[in-house]
Write a protein that binds this ligand. Structure first.
Ligand code: PA5
Length: 451
């Protein structure tokens, strides 16, 4: 199966060579076997591995029908969720529709604007969103696997009141869509009581691996993006990245190279894009790798930048700061739309030497020049080439990062599928809020805060 993506590691120079990768082969094979034989840590959360072929077809059809209904009766979809329950959808929607999608005229956009809530606890953010949708027909998709997460629960309570007031309880029910666990959690209970249309997050798929379940697919479909193509891309990835030989599998090669760089003190990875629409792909990537691999005192710190924008803010540090960094550059070979630079008789800006060149030509030279400068400054890079940004390529890229993340986690010797560290802040927050059951912790935290 021809892949939409390819890997270029020539800018690693002597830091990581083919023979270093060769030496890692037995470990990669072991990680592959652990993953595919489903015998490693977190093996109860491997549903994403075969998801592109093994999904619930009837559920997918229901997603499409619901998306169509929302498109027909709403100008806005509010997606309420946090972490893995919103980042994938936001990454794909922004990658495919661009940064101005929500601000476009409704008749040009043709599908509802998609806004996200429940991913912070800012009353200002919520109020501004409420103001923004005032007078507009809207629907809500609440997404929470556990069904108990505080941030989306608060946002849903607020928007539920608004939607019920606007449409009445019965009509509101037709505009509220729940994506959650099949049996447990407060959200499931509420969905059953109120008889909201509900989509299931499979038990064996954790939040950050769930973008290709209804978690991501419903909002993505509402935004008018072809979810069949997205899944087809992931299917291609499943096939293309199945070979246990690291030299025939770019997904494993990426995991191997990251691991080798980490062993050489490169403890920060920066995902670089040159297309602003990929900003949220960077956010999705950070959650996937940060929450999967940052544990037991180990793991690469995942960061992201948008170039050339951030060359004027973070560029100095990357070129010249602490040398614990490497970059992973996403190179979109063909832009969705290209513009060329026209002649200006006066040439006051001195740009006539670029006449006839495309803006993307300039972008690519910026990318090449920056990569070389950073390599000279001691920042090696891996380049992921994508022929074009389309749902199929994006689906394959998602699968690429997910599988590589799992393999990389096993190389580190950690469980890539749990996230116990996330609980620490929740316990403290509940205690400080006076939630029943947290009295003792509340006393000790209050004392510490009083110091
Ligand atoms: O990847 C994860 O599991 C987390 O980031 C969750 O997605 C996030 O904490 C939200 O959880 P929930 O979907 O249960 O509300």
């Amino acid at each position: 199966m021809t892949s939409s993506i390819s890997l270029n590691i020539k800018n690693l120079q002597e830091a990581v060579t083919e023979s270093h990768i060769d030496n890692l082969k037995p470990m990669i094979t072991a990680a592959h076997n652990t993953l595919h034989n489903r015998c490693g840590a977190g093996n109860e959360f491997l549903g994403w591995l075969d998801l592109p072929t093994n999904y619930d077809k009837a559920e997918l059809e229901r997603v499409k029908v619901a998306a169509k209904r929302i498109q027909e009766n709403s100008k806005v979809l509010i997606v309420i969720g946090i972490g893995g329950s919103y980042l994938g959808a936001r990454a794909v929607i922004e990658a495919m529709t661009g940064p101005f999608f929500n601000s476009m005229d409704e008749d040009k956009r043709k599908v509802p604007a998609v806004y996200f809530a429940g991913n912070n606890i800012s009353s200002t953010y919520l109020s501004q969103l409420i103001q923004l949708i005032d007078g507009k027909d809207f629907a809500i998709n609440v997404i929470s696997k556990s069904g108990t997460t505080t941030e989306p629960a608060i946002a849903f309570r607020i928007f539920k009141e608004i939607i019920e007031k606007k449409y009445g309880k019965e009509e509101a029910k037709k505009r509220i869509f729940i994506t959650t666990d099949k049996a447990k959690g407060a959200l499931k209970k509420l969905a059953d009581t109120e008889r909201y249309e509900t989509f299931i997050i499979p038990d064996d798929i954790g939040g950050r691996f769930s973008v290709l379940t209804p978690v991501g697919l419903l909002p993505i479909a509402v935004a008018g993006i072809n979810i069949d193509e997205l899944l087809q891309g992931a299917r291609n990835g499943r096939e293309n990245f199945s070979n246990e030989d690291v030299h025939r599998n770019i997904c494993y090669k990426y995991a191997a190279v990251r691991h080798l760089l980490y062993e050489r003190g490169k403890t920060t990875e920066i995902l670089v894009n040159y297309e602003p629409c990929l900003q949220y792909f960077g956010e999705w990537f950070k959650q996937l790798y940060g929450e999967s691999q940052g544990k037991d005192g180990k793991g690469i710190f995942p960061a992201s930048v948008n170039f050339s924008t951030d060359l004027h803010s973070m560029g100095q540090y990357i070129q010249d700061g602490m040398r614990n960094i490497f970059e992973t550059i996403i190179n979109v070979e063909e832009p969705q739309i290209n513009l060329s630079i026209k002649e200006d008789e006066e040439n006051v800006d001195g740009l006539n030497f670029l006449v006839g060149k495309t803006i993307d030509f300039v972008n690519k030279r910026a990318m090449e020049g920056t990569a070389l400068a950073h390599v000279e400054g001691g920042v090696p890079n891996i380049v992921i080439n994508m022929k074009a940004l389309n749902p199929k390529a994006l689906g394959e890229l998602i699968y690429f990062f997910e599988k590589s993340c799992a393999i990389g986690g096993y190389l580190l010797g950690i469980n890539p599928f749990d996230q116990e560290g996330v609980e620490a802040y929740k316990k403290n927050m509940f205690a400080l809020l006076g939630k029943p059951g947290y009295e003792e912790l509340q006393r000790s935290l209050t004392e510490r805060l009083g110091d």
